[in-house]
Design a protein around this ligand. Sequence first.
Ligand SMILES: Cc1cc2nc3c(=O)[nH]c(=O)nc-3n(C[C@H](O)[C@H](O)[C@H](O)COP(=O)(O)O)c2cc1C
Length: 270
Amino acid sequence: MGPDLSVEFAGIKLPNPTILASGILGVSGEIMIRASRAGAGAVVSKSFNVKGREGYRNPSFIEVQGGFLNALGIPNPGMEEMREEVETASKMGVPVIASVFGFDAQEFAAAAVMGEKGGAIAVELNVSCPHVKEVGVEIGQRPRVVAEVTQTVKSRVRIPVFVKLSPNVTDITEVARAAQGAGADAITAINTALGMAVNVDSGYPILGGTLGGLSGPALHPIAVRAIYQIRRAEIFRDVTTGMSKFLEQRGLSSIRQIVGIAADRGTVES
Ligand SMILES: Cc1cc2nc3c(=O)[nH]c(=O)nc-3n(C[C@H](O)[C@H](O)[C@H](O)COP(=O)(O)O)c2cc1C
């Protein structure tokens, strides 16, 4: 038997800490089972919504320097069919995280409920797709809307809710804070960075969807930066909550009062 690599977070236990990101390998139950057998600790499904989507015309996935650009347009068969795929994998013991999206909070919630019915161990809110209008980063760039979506989904499912953030924002900590404040159990960082490739001979965009999401090695330092910023912001918050608890326990309302007490003591001792 190998070493125990199991991890526990946000109320779920996984056999190891590797999680297959949402994308092309989460479209069917069978392929999710294969990913799990190949060693994934958990598998995130392809993002799905209530009615499904056809996606964009090709080319929708191209190689660029340092990675890939994709503008798939979140093609998926809709929540009824995806519930079955999630169920197929879940019944085989695969820890599936259902990735969902929608045009408003209610649609997110309806898809999340379906994921839970299919046996998903958690739900991931894709509020960060950079290339689909109105459902992706338009939501993920607005902390208040992220909070509304998170809160609505939290009120409708019992499984943990993760919020997948976009790097295409000025301050990722604002969005992370909004998600956490609304009850998110974890943050997924990060979705792709908005990019574009142009055919220099024709002058036209290469991707059928014009704009795409950059993934791969070039995205890695951006992901590390995002995680660092979110983490650092949380540490800062821990310090401030710790400080306010400290004051509360001593019947003090402001840090200035401590200065007063210290000055008093200083006077007595001298
Ligand atoms: C072809 C493709 C499809 C993707 N589809 C989804 C998706 O449906 N939902 C989602 O949240 N992220 C999707 N992603 C984003 C990935 O889950 C991941 O966040 C991104 O690729 C960055 O990680 P990487 O650089 O390790 O690939 C997709 C990425 C690619 C390349």
